[in-house]
Design a binder for this molecule. Structure first.
Ligand code: ADP
Ligand code: MG
Length: 288
């Protein structure tokens, strides 16, 4: 369970978080979605004790992150945004070092690491140095490492960034499996389909503020079910329809090309912020 109340963060004069309030119940897979620079990593770094908040409060399973720092830290596992395995150590050793940091007894460590290597389907790689692994394998090892001490809450910061589509799906399956085993998951991403596919609930973060927090279905239903992307005079815009029949009555202008598709979470984000989660909105100038 994660509870956040009025969380703010300043980095000198940069106001990175502007009063975040959130409640993620036990067992939920929660996606924190927003463009680069929105404040996703900052939120995770505060919750996992890697940086200080400027004001506000947060609890992990009831433990206040400042008043009960150690208890709060024991509740959570973290898979950071960039790969931080010890490249010279083997897969097994990377996991073992983590277990030692949490003062796990040797037998328990061994047992847990073997269980996790089977879980991520990498038993045969246990003696491979991390530097020899592919990008997708490194991510899987990082996920396994975050689970060695059996955390109740798992923070995944852009766990599939830079991976190709097939490998990304494999990671998605692993994340689902972790949730099914009872772990609460806080996932950040700027991949819309990742949030749509995985999340029970999504919060949209934009410039340090939450602009919406709901199930993917409800966020999309605000616009309707169908969308037509129209391109005319080199400008693209989108119109939304409640039903496919309604979309069918759309009559394009001359010289216009258009495509019909289902509404997605990107549309919901765009309609609330005027921005795409990844990249700029059609017709929108890049911010300087
Ligand atoms: N260590 C830091 N020092 C100064 N500014 C930072 C630092 N980390 C992040 N920021 C700034 O805080 C804002 C939020 O960053 P971040 O949390 O990394 O966003 P996201 O993970 O959503 O891309 C950005 O404007 C970023 O430049
Ligand atoms: Mg980030």
């Amino acid at each position: 369970m994660i509870k956040i109340r009025n969380l703010t963060k300043y980095y000198k004069n940069i106001h990175a978080l502007k009063g975040i309030c959130l409640h993620v119940p036990e067992g939920e897979l929660f996606a924190y979605l927003g463009p680069n620079g929105a404040g996703k990593t900052t939120t995770i770094r505060i919750l996992t004790g890697l940086t200080q908040l400027s004001s506000g409060d947060a609890w992990l399973n009831g433990f206040h992150i400042h008043q009960h720092t150690l208890d709060a830290k024991r509740q959570c596992g973290l898979v950071p945004q960039s790969v931080n395995l010890d490249q010279e150590l083997t897969v097994y050793e990377n996991l073992d070092v983590h277990g030692r940091l949490f003062h796990m007894p040797s037998e328990k460590r061994k047992e847990k690491i073997h269980e996790l290597l089977t879980y991520i389907d990498m038993e045969d790689r246990k003696d491979t140095p991390a530097r020899q692994l592919s990008g997708g394998m490194k991510r899987r090892v990082m996920i396994a490492r975050s689970l060695v001490h059996s955390p109740k809450v798992l923070f995944l910061d852009e766990p599939t960034v830079g991976l190709d589509a097939g490998i990304r799906r494999r990671i998605w399956a692993l994340i689902k499996k972790i949730q099914q085993n009872g772990t609460t998951i806080f996932l950040t991403t700027h991949y819309i389909e990742e949030a749509e596919f995985l999340a029970d609930r999504v919060a949209f973060l934009d410039e340090g503020k939450i602009v919406a927090n709901d199930t993917p279905q409800k966020l999309m239903a605000r616009l309707g079910e169908w969308a037509i992307d129209r391109i005319a005079d080199n400008e693209m815009n989108t119109v939304y329809f409640e039903t496919r029949e309604a979309a069918g009555t759309y009559s394009p202008e001359q010289h216009e090309s258009f495509t019909l598709r289902r509404v997605n979470l990107e549309d919901a984000f765009l309609s609330l912020t005027g921005k795409k989660v990844s990249g700029k909105a059609p017709g929108q100038k890049e911010k300087s």
